[in-house]
Design a protein around this ligand. Structure first.
Ligand code: SF4
Length: 383
């Protein structure tokens, strides 16, 4: 396994070297770090970036003092424990067919998980898109089919389009339990968080294709340097270099490195579809607490499809179990804030592994703990 990982790392570095691209960017990064003469913490807020950074071994080639922290960019990981427990409880409702993405099946609840409930006979189905869930609702008109909707702005337009289709087809047995979250408000919360040590943000590529770079400006412009970037190792290195340039020049702007996919305005059609079905809510994020305006709930006019309005959630929540001892020791919250690296958690690689995860950051392939476990646990940190 270690040899495979070393080979993977050297292969990536070889590719960059062969393209004649990595050394100039790395040299520039080193020069700027020498000018800054202080430690710098950059945070990525996208699970795909988290995996790309770990897989390519970028931390190991950066100069000392430059740290890449993983933030709340994995939608599975930021889902609050109470929401996970609530959905597990709702899966027990008579006549319920619960549908969700595969990653959510293994996320531990306080005393169960969806996959355990499925094994116990609950009707819980993995779907690859909300349209699959809609098909289940069409096939089973006498059952309630609930889609457990997790994800950021990348996923929401697809869910909104499915709701539009459900309305057109009169499928009132298709319900959505929305724990959707939005990225800009989370960034604002992070920079105001006590002990925050973030000198710049590497902004998500996929989310930004939908919301556009302008969506970040009200919260970041003039406060923290930020760069929208793509997913190739070279994209990420260039974003790091450009963020350091802003720091050297004393600027704090939202810029786009990923110009081949992202614009200032984003995708207005997707934004309109989202706005038709969803409005801002005040959800609880794992590790970050309640962040006003950072979630998306169904608009009241679509209440027929809103599981959160159709159930008495206060009553459901009153019977939720307390987290077990092991789960209480999980540091996912601190990892998501960038306060700890996954390896700093005392359960990492011992009680908590991808085969037996304790927290969601070890479940999702885009979770920071899973990415570190897969690619970085045998490597030395460069910074
Ligand atoms: S290693 Fe496991 S227990 Fe520790 S923070 Fe990560 S997911 Fe939670």
């Amino acid at each position: 396994m270690t040899e495979d990982l070393s080979e993977d790392l050297s292969q990536k570095l070889r590719q960059l070297r062969d393209a004649g691209l990595a050394p100039p960017v790395l040299d520039s990064i080193k020069r700027r770090m020498r000018k800054l003469e202080r430690p710098v913490n950059l945070m990525e807020v996208c699970g795909t970036h988290t995996v790309a950074i770990s897989r390519a071994g970028l931390r190991q080639i950066l100069p000392p003092g430059l740290r890449l922290l993983s933030g709340p960019g994995c939608p599975v990981c930021v889902t609050d424990q109470q929401d996970i427990d609530t959905v597990i409880e709702l899966a027990k409702e008579p006549g319920m067919v619960l549908t969700t993405f595969g990653d959510m099946m293994r996320v531990p609840g306080s005393d169960s998980a969806l996959q355990s409930e499925k094994a116990a006979g609950r009707d819980i189905r993995v779907v690859y898109s909300p349209l699959d869930a809609l098909k289940v609702a069409r096939d089973l008109p006498d059952r309630t089919v609930m889609f457990y909707a997790v994800g950021f702005e990348t996923t929401v337009p697809m869910v909104a389009a499915t709701l539009e289709m459900a309305e057109k087809q009169g499928l009132s047995n298709f319900w959505v339990f929305s724990v959707h979250k939005t990225i800009p408000a989370a960034l604002e919360a992070l920079i105001h968080m006590e002990g925050a040590r973030i000198d710049g943000f590497i902004l998500p590529g996929h989310v930004s294709t939908i919301i556009g770079a302008n969506a970040y400006k009200p919260v970041l412009q003039g406060k923290v340097p930020a760069m929208v970037t793509g997913f190739e190792p070279l994209d990420i290195l260039r974003a790091v270099d450009l963020l350091l340039a802003q720091l050297v020049e004393g600027r704090a702007e939202v810029e786009i490195e990923y110009t081949r996919a992202v614009t200032e305005e984003g995708n207005p059609t997707a934004q309109q579809l989202m706005a038709e079905f969803f409005e801002p809510s005040d959800p609880r994020w794992r590790g970050l607490g309640i962040i006003p305006g950072s979630g998306l709930m169904l608009r009241e006019r679509h209440f027929r499809h809103d599981a959160c309005r159709r159930y008495d959630l206060a009553a459901v929540r009153s019977r939720l179990p307390a987290p077990n001892k092991l789960m209480a020791a999980c540091s996912c919250g601190e990892v998501l804030k960038g306060a700890l690296l996954p390896g700093d958690c005392k359960l990492f690689g011992r009680a908590c592994t991808p085969a037996q995860p304790v927290g969601p950051c070890m479940v999702s392939s885009e979770g920071a703990c899973a990415a570190y476990y897969m690619y970085e646990r045998h490597r030395q940190q460069g910074g």
